[in-house]
Structures are given as structure tokens and as C-alpha cells.
Design a protein around this ligand. Structure first.
Ligand SMILES: *Cc1c(COP(=O)(O)O)cnc(C)c1O
Length: 382
């Protein structure tokens, strides 16, 4: 089976993890801040808080921005459920903004129209989470301008987009957002097994997220609410969680980061090959926005005849090609239907979903494997 995504682990990665296993710290040691510093330097952000997964990073980011009951969070329906669930964890109301027909990212026009309506009915969101679908940045300059106008905070869900660029700068620099989060799940661009990170340029948000990562506890006298009893003292300032990542994982991530640019370059070479081979077939290949250099986490094709999707998907699977579909619109999930969402609420996301298939896309995909994928797809559509 050729999977749709796959990690790449080198002898250097294994040596980095092994070195931690022989060291004094398996968790809360130096590898975690080492990884945080390296990735924030790569992205050009001030601070990074590494955690056990990106879902925890989203949850923690929402809490740090003060999201709670009575507040609203808006995100894209074309995403993994975690981008919306983080709002529910905080007791906030979740709603969605329909997608752009070309990039499948949150549509700036749809966002603006929804904001105009929400302003009129006094129901503006506190937090908006644009999701950089397939690794391509949303139009963050425009979304940020709307944030200034309507007073919402922004968390970029860049789970797909580490190594990507927007307007010539690294995704993750938080120029147009309060917080950016990355995922290091093995199907993503670089991996720590499970893992995530929240990046920010705001030191108060970073301090707050560091506390939330570890039970709401601080050992910094400056953050304590009363005088410290002494050097042993810690204070629990609020209700936090155990969202920590281990040093073994951080060492793996730091080692993987050395190859991030090579990985993204490989993904672009694979995409260029797919683009050329699939031209002329009754499908759309991923559109690349001129402001963005995608990290190309995914290569989602969109069949023009949605009635063919099941047969093409099953044919690819039967031929040993582990295709997948990204994403089932979140608002159509049973949990969200129970909250009142219906088919037809976000037609662009639903129309895209009806024809979507993600082809195998990972840096170690060989030309022979890729030709097999292309050959089977051509046969099924021929
Ligand atoms: C993978 C993913 C997440 C969750 O990441 P985990 O590290 O698995 O928790 C969140 N949002 C998007 C868009 C993702 O693809």
C-alpha cells in the first residue's frame, strides 16, 4: 500500500532521540526549549510553547486569548475537527465561514459578509481560526485587517503549513495573528510522533500558555499572586492541564527541522509532476495562490463529476493506493448537527468535499510509486 502521507526517519533522528534516552531528563529537560528556540528562529516568531499535540495547542491558545462561555469562535468547515472542537472545550459557541472555491481556504469575502451581519446583530466572534489547508496560507493580511476592524483575535491553524511561506515570509511569524499553531503528527510535514507548538510574538500570551501547559502552575515569582515562600515555592494561578511534550519527542522534532526545507522542496517537485501528468483529466489540481508558497502537506484533487468519486476512490484503494479525503465538512459531523448545523449551511465546502480525493504526497514517494498512482487514476477516469 502506498499511503497518502508518511514520516521520514533518518539515523540522525534516531541518534538524537537515543542521546536524550541516555541523558538526565526524559521530560522537562533542555530538549524542549531547544526545539522551541530552533523553530521560532526558523519562523521569525518571538516565543514558542511546545505541547503534546496540536489539539492541545489550539485549546491552550483559545484559553490564553480568554475564550469562554458566551464567546464565539469561527473557523473553516474544511478542516480537521480539532480546529472547531477547541472552541467547544472552552464553552464557546462555534460557527464556520465558507471556503474559497479555488484555494479551499476560508473565504475572505464570506468572512467579511458574515462579520457585517454579526456586527448588526451584536454577535461578533472573539476568535477566528483560519486554517492553512493543505499547507497553503490563508489571505492573512486581509483577515488581519478585518480583525482590526471588527475586534477579533486570530489563531492560525498551520498544522499543515510548517515550512510554508506567505508574502515572502515564513508561516509562523505571527505577523498577521496572535498565535500560530503547528502539528507534528507523523502525516504532517515534520514529526515528533505526537506533538504541536504554539508560536506568538506576545510575551504575556507565551507566559500564559506555558502555565496552561503545566497545570496552571508558575515558579516565576513575578507571575505569583502573593509573595513567594522561598525558592521551592510554586503557585497554581489557574486551572491548567498536563499538555507537556517529552524531551525524546522534542529531540526528534529538532532533528527533523534540519530537513524541513528539503522536505518542502521534495513536495513541490512531486506536485509539479502530478500537475503535469494530470493536466487534461476531468479534475482540478490544487490551485497555488501567488501570495503563498504552500508547504504542500496534501495534494487534493477535485473530480469534476462528483458521481465518480466513490468509484475512483475505491479503485485507487483496490490498487493499493492509500488515498484519503480531506475534509468531511466539520459542520456535517453528527456532533455538530446536534448543535444545529445542516447540509447546505456552507455550500462551497460541501461541493468541494463531494469531489475531493487526496493523492499520496510525502517526501520519500518515489517516481515509480507516483507513476503507479497516476497510471491507476488515468485508467479509472479513462
Ligand atoms: C492534524 C491537525 C490538527 C490536530 O493535530 P494533532 O497534533 O493531531 O492534535 C488540527 N488541525 C488540523 C488542520 C490538522 O490537520
Amino acid at each position: 500500500m502506498i499511503p497518502y502521507g508518511r514520516q521520514d526517519i533518518t539515523p540522525e533522528d534516531i541518534a538524537a532521540v537515543e542521546a536524550v534516552l541516555h541523558s538526565d531528563f526524559l521530560t522537562q529537560g533542555p530538549a524542549v526549549p531547544g526545539f522551541e528556540k530552533a523553530l521560532t528562529a526558523y519562523c521569525g516568531a518571538a516565543r514558542g510553547v511546545a505541547v503534546c499535540n496540536a489539539t492541545a495547542a489550539l485549546h491552550m491558545a483559545c484559553l490564553a486569548l480568554g475564550l469562554g462561555p458566551g464567546d464565539r469562535l469561527w473557523t473553516s468547515p474544511n478542516t480537521f475537527v480539532a480546529s472547531a472542537n477547541c472552541g467547544l472545550y472552552c464553552g464557546a459557541e462555534v460557527d464556520f465561514v465558507d471556503t474559497d472555491p479555488l484555494t479551499y481556504n476560508m473565504s475572505v469575502e464570506a468572512l467579511e459578509a458574515k462579520l457585517v451581519q454579526a456586527a448588526a446583530s451584536n454577535s461578533l466572534p472573539k476568535v477566528v481560526i483560519p486554517v492553512h489547508f493543505a499547507g497553503q496560507s490563508c489571505e492573512m493580511r486581509e483577515i488581519h485587517a478585518l480583525g482590526q476592524k471588527y475586534g477579533f483575535r486570530i489563531i492560525e491553524d498551520a498544522s499543515h503549513a510548517v515550512g510554508g511561506r506567505y508574502l515572502g515570509e515564513a508561516v509562523g511569524n505571527c505577523r498577521y495573528s496572535d498565535i500560530t499553531i503547528f502539528s507534528f503528527h507523523p502525516v504532517k510535514i515534520i514529526t515528533t510522533g505526537e506533538g504541536g507548538m504554539a508560536l506568538t510574538n506576545d510575551p504575556a500570551l507565551a507566559d500564559h500558555m506555558e502555565r496552561l501547559r503545566s497545570h496552571g502552575i508558575t515558579r516565576d515569582p513575578a507571575q505569583m499572586e502573593s509573595a513567594s515562600d522561598g525558592p521551592w515555592h510554586y503557585q497554581q494561578i489557574e486551572l491548567g492541564y498536563n499538555f507537556r511534550i517529552t524531551d525524546m519527542q522534542a529531540a526528534l522534532g529538532h532533528s527533523q527541522l534540519q530537513r524541513l526545507d528539503d522536505y518542502v522542496a521534495r513536495r513541490h517537485a512531486i506536485a509539479a509532476r502530478y500537475d503535469a501528468a494530470l493536466a487534461g483529466l476531468p479534475l482540478s489540481t490544487p490551485h497555488q495562490h501567488p501570495d503563498s508558497r504552500s508547504a504542500l502537506h496534501l495534494y487534493p484533487i477535485r473530480l469534476h463529476a462528483t458521481s465518480q468519486r466513490r468509484q475512483v476512490f475505491e479503485g485507487l484503494r483496490a490498487a493499493g493506493i492509500g488515498v484519503n479525503v480531506h475534509y468531511i465538512p466539520v459542520h456535517t459531523q453528527p456532533h455538530y448537527r446536534r448543535l444545529g448545523f445542516r447540509d447546505g449551511d456552507f455550500p462551497e465546502a460541501e461541493n468541494y468535499y463531494a469531489g475531493a480525493i487526496s493523492l499520496p504526497m510525502f517526501p520519500t514517494l518515489t517516481p515509480v510509486q507516483q507513476d503507479e498512482v497516476i497510471g491507476v487514476l488515468k485508467r479509472l477516469l479513462g
